[in-house]
Design a protein around this ligand. Structure first.
Ligand code: ADP
Length: 465
């Protein structure tokens, strides 16, 4: 059923009605379990009588909480679209006016329209703009806002339990809302919409790809992998930019490469919004470049997918994405050699910190990778892959545990020296990679390999291990 737009009973054209909203749940990807909660809201409209007969109170307001761009607006539209009801929307920042009374009268008008055209969804974007705890803002601006908020409370109460007008509001700051707003009967239901994970990102990309001429072999996994921390709005934009890329080259299909390039541009856009000091950029670049450069020494690790110093959610520094043999990694079937190589690469940031900044200026920038190295070394020893063999029984023998740790330490030290040696032999390459990273923030596999080709890679003497 399409959106059913009822004719307004009075002649005045509704000002806040969005016409032609035809969004369905299938247009919103990566929702997982949240979808069930939203389907229930649709039922409040489609099966309202059933709820009322059984004395179940229909919530007056639903709060969609989450960072910008995760699809809160899109979801509110999808609820209206699925229920086949009218969609009224306003951004709360439009409520906040300098003149006392203007905001309040807009709220009244909005709800009057919604009621006259019921059933309807009223969507209030950025509720926190008006819904902050009262009395926090002083002066006449504060008074005006309080008046608006009071009006909103009155309107919300007017619909309690009727289920003909349901208000959906979005906010990134549910914590600062006025307590009166979240009282029972008002916004008493909160739904959190987090940033999408890897699978969510794949699904979002695919939803937006539906309407575009994609090459049949597009690798959505690769694009999703390098867009860690991005939200739906950014992913949708990547598809658009990729389409423009394709058009510009006079091609007829969007390729993985178009998408990866677009993703990089999106990432750079994000970067511009963060600020780090030039020294900080450089230090992170040295850290990441070291891993990429040391990895060149090892056939299995050489093929990095990209290296970046872009800050990301939950990952303050940059990172190098290795092209891993996922099956082997997941099944834990790692050979002795691949573990040693891995340990060496993970120790590269620590080695670089020592070489570039000196023993007495070490930072903790390499703490995480050093930790990876340590646990890999223990895995190696416990797996019976070091020179000394320890059996399973050693898990339970206390004095053997010390042996295991000292053997792991020996391996870590050996790999550390190796990482340092590789970096010292390739100082020139390190410098150009660091410079390129500082300038461009991210290097693709090809860009990185070009630098390696151009400046050469010096291999160390074969290992004595
Ligand atoms: P918010 O209201 O959370 O700031 P929006 O709903 O305005 O985010 O999202 C902006 C656009 O980003 C949407 O119109 C849609 O194109 C895209 N988008 C965001 N999240 C999703 C998602 N989960 N699935 C599909 N597209 C999405």
């Amino acid at each position: 059923s399409g959106a059913r737009v009822r004719r307004a009973k009075n002649k005045r054209l509704p000002q806040y009605l969005e016409r032609g909203v035809d969004v369905k749940f299938s247009d919103v990807a990566g929702l997982g379990k949240i979808r069930e909660e939203l389907e229930e809201i649709v039922k409040f409209f489609t099966h309202g009588d059933m709820y009322r007969r059984r004395g179940v109170r229909i919530p007056g307001g639903i709060l969609l909480c989450g960072p910008p761009g995760v699809g809160k607006t899109l979801l509110a539209k999808a609820v209206a679209g699925e229920a086949g009801v009218n969609f009224f929307s306003i951004s709360a920042s439009q409520f906040v006016e300098i003149y006392v009374g203007v905001g309040a009268s807009r709220v009244r008008a909005l709800y009057q329209e919604a009621r006259e055209n019921a059933p309807s969804v009223v969507f209030i974007d950025e509720l926190d703009a008006v819904g902050r705890e009262r009395g926090l803002i002083k002066g006449s601006g504060g008074q005006e806002r309080d008046a608006t908020l009071n009006q909103l409370l009155v309107c919300l109460d007017g619909f309690e339990g009727r289920g003909e007008v349901i208000t959906i509001a979005s906010t990134n700051r549910p914590d600062i809302l006025d307590p009166a707003l979240v009282r029972p009967g008002r916004f008493d239901r909160k739904i959190y919409i987090p940033k999408p994970g890897l699978i969510g990102r794949i699904e979002i990309l695919q939803v937006h790809a539906r309407k575009k001429p994609m090459a049949p072999d597009v690798d959505y996994m690769a694009v999703a992998s390098m867009t860690d921390g991005m939200v739906g709005a950014e992913l949708a934009n990547i598809i658009e930019v990729a389409a423009i890329n394709m058009m510009r080259d006079g091609r007829t299909e969007i390729t993985t490469d178009d998408l990866l390039q677009a993703a990089q541009m999106e990432e750079r856009g994000m970067l511009d919004r963060k600020d780090r000091s030039p020294e900080m950029w450089k230090q992170v670049a040295i850290n990441e470049a070291a891993m990429a450069v040391v990895a060149v020494n090892f056939p299995d690790l050489r093929n990095i997918e990209f290296v970046t110093i872009a800050p990301r959610a939950g990952r303050e520094l940059g990172y190098v994405r290795f092209k891993m043999d996922h099956v082997k990694f997941k099944e834990g079937m790692l050979s002795r050699q691949s573990l040693l190589d891995h340990i060496t690469v993970q120790l590269a940031p620590r080695a670089a910190d020592e070489l570039w900044y000196g023993e007495d200026q070490l930072s903790t920038i390499w703490a995480e990778t050093a930790d990876n190295a340590r646990s890999a070394a223990r895995t190696l020893v416990l797996g019976g892959l070091s020179e000394k063999h320890y059996g399973l029984n050693d898990f339970w023998v206390a004095d053997r545990l010390n042996d295991i740790d000292s053997e792991a330490l020996r391996i870590v030290n050996m790999c550390y020296e190796r990482a340092k040696e590789i970096l010292e032999l390739n100082k020139k390459l390190m410098e150009v990679v660091v410079d390129a990273l500082v300038e461009k923030k991210s290097l693709t596999k090809q860009e990185f390999l070009n630098l390696v080709e151009l400046h050469g890679f010096v291999q160390p003497m074969p290992p004595s291990i």
